[in-house]
Design a protein around this ligand. Sequence first.
Ligand code: ZN
Length: 602
Amino acid sequence: MPNFSALAKRGSFKQLTTSIPPQSPVAWSNLITGMNAGGHGIFDFIHRDPKTLQPYFSTSRVEPPRRGIHLGNWFIPLGSGTAEQLRHGKAFWETLDDYGIPNTIFRIPANFPPVKAKGFTLSGMGTPDLRGTYGTFTFYTDDSLSTAGAVEGGEILSVQVENSQVHANLIGPDNTFRKGSPPATEPFTVSVDPLDPVAKIELQDQKVILKEGEWSDWINVEFQLIPFIGNVRGICRFYLKQAHPRFELYVSPVNIDPAAPALPISTPKNYSHELSEEAGEFYTQGISEDTKALSAGVLDDKEYLEQARTVLAEHRRIFDVEFPKFKKGVFFFYFSSLDLNSHMFWRLIDPKHPQYDTTRAAEYGSTLPDFYQQIDQVLGEVMGRLDDHTTLLVLSDHGFAPYYRSFNLNTWLLNNGYITLKSGGSSSNEAFANVDWSRTRAYGLGLNGLYINLRGRERQGIVEPGAQADALLKEIKHKLLAVRDLQSNLAAITRIDRASDAYQGPYAQQGPDLLVGYNRGYRAGRQTILGNFPVDIFEDNTNPWSGDHCMDYTLVPGVLLSNRTIDASNPSLTDIAPTIFAQFGITQPDGMMGRSVFSSTH
Ligand SMILES: [Zn+2]
């Protein structure tokens, strides 16, 4: 990484303290607002409503219109649906706007829908696909052995090839105009060549011919909600995995079309349209890399890698269009590749990983370094254009570590008597379906959160606030820090923070009571995160999602590089907004915790 080395040598290269917990929505909100979760209210990917104990995604809420008139099968909405940003606190670019400083903020996480702004912003992580999910791919197959149905992040649909043709439906958003809100669908036809591994896809007025193993460009699709009135546009990509003997077709999540967005994704409103004109269509869904399709086995390593490379290619294309326009003010650009691909390819660079495989490592072990080198090339472009009056900051919101083993926090709480289940409960997968709340004192939710079942806060809270809650938190913390994984004899948890110590600000009381910091190699298991109880406390991580950072925040710091000398000895994410303000002589707004990492202004 010659450009990173040169920058480190010429300027500064330091560790950057990440957020508690070190999850992207929390970390980026720290950077965006200059406050911790007590100030911006984002504590985890997943929050819970203390009254219903139902989990929900923390950063935004998309709601269909609530009131309307039923007319036969149709529901005519009064007013439109809404998307609401749940992060609190003022974003640093809103302050820049106040001072008339031009800015472009490209795909910063935790900004959907984008806050009102005068500058150019495009939303990133947290932006839903057209169905309102965080990405639902579809896999059409005639293999009767593969189980049709929902998988995490996708849907497998069985189809039949008859006379070399497949008739199938593309699934769109729930049609809130129709009674019962069934999903809108659009039919498409695939004609499979009887001899050659080639197929022709026809959707609306478009025809695409794909060879086996080939991806389509973006295909436009318009879903009719109410004929001629309430249509929405999306874009998707087709991948012909196999023509025959089996028919296998992957379709990407239907993304919000940046040329005609169904939900707000940019400021000004037509910015996403202009970008698509200048740089071509692009993924608009928050996490664009289809890690779920790889985890589900629908895409293999090679196929996922092609998809992930497309995402970076799109970002580089947009960067090449946008960066030369930057003359003054602030230009921020987010690249997702290092985060998502470290998640997926850690297993091929780490021989200690339970899924390490020598053959695959030989084939794909250089994948992750390749992504780093591409980002290095981008830095080279930036440095080549930089003048002496411009401050450059390059940073990551957290570091990375292996994810070898899962810790099922709720199972541990159950086995240690903090949670009691109802006898003969149902086998429902709903969060905490079988929990007897009248005999439960604490529960885990989200990737790092542990909550007390507190009287007056939780609907059936039994733990008295004050001394009783305090003693319980101390007891649980003490016991959790002593837990050893018998397989490795390592501590599973190396740090636990009390919310009352970690958070300052108006929302400090709204998050978890304890922030569980897992040891390097450990993370909360997928089921415990959503309030379920696998049998074992520890499990090997068998998912391709093999690297992670939702751990003890001191073990996964980010990095900060600059072309100037960084004077702060322990810079932190909350220092970035104050650093930006200091560059323009802007007085630091009240409530911001950090300070500029440079001792003098430029
Ligand atoms: Zn990540």
